[in-house]
Every structure is written in structure tokens, then in C-alpha cells.
Design a protein around this ligand. Structure first.
Ligand SMILES: *[C@@H]1O[C@H](CO)[C@@H](O)[C@H](O)[C@H]1NC(C)=O
Ligand SMILES: *[C@@H]1O[C@H](CO)[C@@H](O)[C@H](O)[C@H]1NC(C)=O
Length: 379
């Protein structure tokens, strides 16, 4: 009986380690998928209920990407990242501060914009003799650090109709660049409104929505257009070599169990090898992966994959390279034993866009190259 019991224990232990191994593979695989998306860990997501992403970011996403996240026009964005930040100061004055700690040191700031929502003047003040006002955005400076008497630096200034309402955008790229170099120098921004004559105007007349008193959809916002330097490879070769050397998984991976080898063989028999090379759907479901808490859009995307044989003779519909054509001929002539038929692989790749909440609950739009197989060919 003891040996019988021991046998069961052994069986149980084997089963446990198998499950553990599967769990290990899964977490390793998800870590590697995160690396494809340029992250070490999944962002915390939104902690306090469902936060509404800024309309500006949703509109931007819908402009650059289709419903599946695939880039509509690769030349629309200059860089590959757009970050939005909400004001952290919530001041009664027209002062703003944005926490840029989530911007990577390696990220190149291309353009930075301050988005302010101008409210309609209050009714009692409608009959003002002013039709235009001068709105100026200043960067607040640390007088001790810069050894300077200057307390602020003018970044942007514009005439705005007094009676208008809606978003006003000011370019403040230089200030944001200096903040990312020295985080401590970020004392924020100050907005001054003057009459055309140069006297300061009543803040009751010209009002901008603040994070304190107004709806979330009108909150002051900083929008950064940046490039993280990942967009180099558009050719297949460089992508493949970029991914392969840094995947120790292949080396570490335990030998596949006999069961999974049998399974693979069964699948191969089932599908046969006669199907010619073609593109098949491969849906990557972010909810299934457990990422729906931080990804706003898309819910998933069709990456497609390539499958099938590349038999002699290769027709033009197989999109063969000259090299593949020659290889297929050598294979057919059986001139050299080890030369196989060419491989069915993606020969055109598209980028996708992700709209997501980062660690600080800022909404980020990022473009990732070479994520969707556009077509397959024999190579
Ligand atoms: C900015 O945010 C980070 C992460 O949330 C935090 O650690 C840091 O203290 C913040 N900086 C300021 C100046 O508030
Ligand atoms: C600040 O400026 C004063 C006078 O212009 C100069 O004597 C002093 O060395 C400067 N200090 C620093 C830290 O640059």
C-alpha cells in the first residue's frame, strides 16, 4: 500500500511541476511580449474606476489608426509616441505644473503643446469694450539656480478673441526640453492675459478651465510628441536579427515533452503540407493576455501569420524573391541534399498603435513597427 501511495504522490508531484513549468512559460512569454511593446512591467492601469481618456488623445488615435489599431498613414506622426499629462497644481491662478517623470531619458522631445480650454466670458461681463486679448505663457524660473534676476521666461504669446470659447494650443517645446534635462527645474507655467494696451486683464473676463473647478474633459493638458528611437527597422532582416540574439528563451527552454511533440506531428498530418503559402488570421486578444486594464484601444489586433508550402515551381502569386526561386530550383533538381524548399514568411509588415494608461495614469499613444503581416511570400 505504501508503494502504491508513493506512486500517487509521485504522479501528483509530476503533474504539479508540469503546471508550474507551464505557468513559468506563460509569465516568461508575457514578459517578452511586454518587451516588444517597450516595457519592463505592465503599467498599473487605472486604479480608481474607469478614467476617461482625453478626447484629444481618442481623436488622435482614430486619426492615425483604424479600428484594429493598424496605422492608416505612417507619415502622419513625426515621432512614434504622443503623451498627454494633466495639470498637477490645480491652482486658482492660471498656473500649471506637469509631472514628466514617465518620459524616458532616451526619448527625444519633438514638440510640446499646452492645451487650455477657454471658457465663455461670464454673462455680466459680456459687454466689454475689448474684442481681443493677448495671452502669454511663461516658464517659471528658479532665480537662485540660474543666478538670474529673471523670474520667468516668455514661451508663447497670441491674440485671442475675448468672446471665443474652446481649446487654445501654445507651443512650449523649449521649456519641456529643459525640464526633461533637469527635472528639478520644472517649476511650472504661468499664463498672463493682457489688453492690447498691455494692462493685465480681469481673470473673470478671460477664463480658462482648471483641473479644480471644471469638468475633466476641459482640464488643462500638456501634449508631448516624442520619439523613443525604436523606429529604425522597417526591413525584415534587421527586425529578425534585433529580436533573435536577445532571446535566451530558446536556449533555456526545456525540451518539449513527448506529448507536445506528438501533438505537433498530429497537427502537421492533419493540415498536410500541400496548402500553398498564404496569410492566415492570428488574433492577439489583449483581454485574454490580461492587459485590458491599461490598454484603451485596440481591444486586440489581427497580427496574421504565414503558413503553407513553397513547392517548385514558384509562381508570382507566391511573391518569391530571386533567391527563393533559385533555392526552389536547386531543391527540385535535388542537386544538394540539405537544401529545402523556401519558407513561407511575412514579406510586408505594418505598424500598429496602442492607446494606453501609463504608470502615472497619463494617456499615451505609441506606434509599434512590424506588428502585422501584410502579406506572405516564399523567401
Ligand atoms: C512625479 O511622479 C512620480 C511618480 O508618480 C513621483 O514619484 C514624483 O514624486 C512626482 N514628482 C513631483 C515633483 O511631484
Ligand atoms: C552669480 O553671479 C554673481 C554676479 O553676477 C557672480 O559673482 C557669482 O559667481 C555667480 N554665481 C554662480 C553660482 O554662478
Amino acid at each position: 500500500l505504501a508503494s502504491f501511495f508513493f506512486f500517487f504522490l509521485l504522479l501528483f508531484a509530476m503533474r504539479l511541476s508540469e503546471e508550474e513549468e507551464e505557468g513559468g512559460v506563460r509569465s516568461d512569454a508575457i514578459k517578452r511580449l511586454l518587451a516588444v511593446f517597450g516595457m519592463d512591467d505592465p503599467p498599473a492601469g487605472v486604479t480608481h474606476g474607469r478614467k476617461q481618456p482625453p478626447q484629444y488623445m481618442l481623436d488622435l488615435y482614430n486619426t492615425v489608426a483604424d479600428v484594429d489599431g493598424v496605422t492608416k498613414d505612417p507619415y502622419l506622426l513625426e515621432g512614434n509616441t504622443v503623451r498627454s499629462f494633466f495639470d498637477k497644481l490645480h491652482s486658482e491662478q492660471v498656473e500649471f505644473r506637469f509631472n514628466l517623470s514617465t518620459v524616458a531619458r532616451t526619448e527625444k522631445i519633438l514638440t510640446a503643446e499646452l492645451h487650455l480650454f477657454k471658457l465663455r466670458p461670464q454673462a455680466t461681463l459680456m459687454f466689454s469694450r475689448h474684442h481681443f486679448c493677448q495671452v502669454s505663457v511663461y516658464q517659471l524660473l528658479d532665480t537662485i539656480k540660474t543666478n538670474n534676476t529673471q523670474e520667468r521666461k516668455l514661451l508663447s504669446s497670441r491674440l485671442i478673441p475675448v468672446h471665443s470659447n474652446g481649446w487654445e494650443v501654445f507651443t512650449i517645446t523649449q521649456a519641456v526640453r529643459s525640464w526633461t534635462v533637469d527635472e528639478g527645474s520644472n517649476l511650472g507655467l504661468h499664463v498672463v492675459v493682457r489688453t492690447l494696451g498691455g494692462t493685465q486683464m480681469d481673470l473673470k473676463l478671460i477664463r480658462f478651465a482648471s483641473g479644480r473647478n471644471h469638468h475633466q474633459s476641459k482640464q488643462p493638458m500638456l501634449v508631448l510628441f516624442t520619439d523613443d528611437g525604436r523606429r529604425r527597422s522597417t526591413t525584415l532582416e534587421s527586425t529578425v536579427t534585433a529580436i533573435l540574439p536577445q532571446s535566451p528563451m530558446a536556449a533555456q527552454a526545456p525540451p518539449r515533452s513527448a506529448r507536445s511533440l506528438d501533438q505537433a506531428a498530429a497537427w502537421a498530418d492533419e493540415e498536410g503540407t500541400s496548402m500553398p503559402c498564404k496569410r492566415l488570421p492570428l488574433y492577439v486578444d489583449f483581454e485574454e493576455i490580461g492587459w485590458s486594464g491599461w490598454i484603451v484601444s485596440p481591444r486586440g489586433y489581427n497580427a496574421y501569420y504565414c503558413k503553407g508550402s513553397c513547392p517548385f515551381p514558384l509562381g508570382q502569386n507566391m511573391r518569391p524573391t530571386n533567391h527563393a526561386t533559385v533555392q526552389s530550383i536547386i531543391n527540385a533538381l535535388k542537386l544538394i541534399r540539405s537544401v529545402e524548399t523556401p519558407c513561407c514568411v511575412p514579406d510586408k509588415l505594418f505598424s500598429i498603435n496602442l492607446l494606453y494608461f501609463d504608470d502615472d495614469e497619463n494617456v499615451v499613444l505609441k506606434q509599434y513597427n512590424d506588428m502585422v503581416a501584410g502579406s506572405c511570400g516564399c523567401h
